[in-house]
Design a protein around this ligand. Sequence first.
Ligand SMILES: [Zn+2]
Length: 385
Amino acid sequence: MKKIIKTYKFKLSHLRKSQERIINSWIGTCRVVYNLAKEVKEESYRKGVSLSNYDLHKQLPALRQEFEWIKDVDSQTLQDACDRLDKAFKSFYKGGGYPKWAKRDQYNSFTLKRITDHKDGFIKLPKIGWLRYFNSRQFPKSAKLKRATITKELDGYYIVVMFEVNAVKPINILSDSQCVGIDAGITDAFSLSNGTFIKNERFYQNNKEKLHEAQHKLSRMQKGSKRFKRQKLVVSKFHRKVARSRNDWQHKMTYDLIHSFDFFAIENLKLKNMTKAVAKGETGVKNGRKAKSGLNRELLDVAISSFYEKLEYKAAWNGKTVYKVNPKNSSRECNKCGHTQKESRDKKYFHCVACGHSDDADTNAAKNLLDRALSKLVKTCEQPL
Ligand SMILES: [Zn+2]
């Protein structure tokens, strides 16, 4: 599995006075070691001897023997001070400025090359012990914590943690036929980026008109009347039947999908109205027209999200990947040239006004979702330090 290196920065909290003292004194010691190393390097250069970073590392134990206060600092942390000087000289050899003396107000950090332990919001470092930080983001599950740099800044102390993490499923081993984008629509329940469609479940399709009729009838009845109550029961039974058959259908469809593809790109749905729609129930509409645009649309969203939910947990069980992307303008963007314009879409057809590319509108949208997911994935894998 490919590994990538990442860093997170956190602000330290609840620092004990004793820890603050250690941090300040280590920063000071590292600054002195940096300047000492610079001096030694320049001195030997004048004598015609060029000291490498490794040579400087070798002198550190003697230095620690000589000065008690240097001994307190973790040996790898001292090596890191030499590494920094080495970097400064390397940059100078490449045409950068000559390395300056480390000044008190500029040299404000040190690095520990190992992290002894970690739990939520706490990191344990050699000789310093447990440090607490503002837990602003979680490490990925596969993260192996490698090193930490502590910096003193104007508003407090920070910790920069470098960690190694497994690259997300290596996409170069996925062939096109293993990846699919799924666009949820109204006419065809779902459109796939390979040009196929998953039609609405037959039960709903066959009984849709009857259901609408029953709902419409109910909406015209006197609320609370006997006939209203009877009709309400008819409608809710209908809904229950639809819900059950839809559930079965969704299980079948997601099963088929999971066994046909390895990588799925779906819309990141914003379902703020979802719970409200469920709570309102099927009688929360005043007239038929409103039902079509309002509540039915919301119920459809509920259906879509429960479809995606099934897809997601089945994917997790089967070691497949579901990637959610922002669907904004995905139906207006040309999958071939990237041009985005409302006029390119005419209901079921997509015809790019810029390049002339044409496709089924929902297929085009599904392809866009897949492309967005894949490009996002590539970015995650390549993210630099
Ligand atoms: Zn185009």
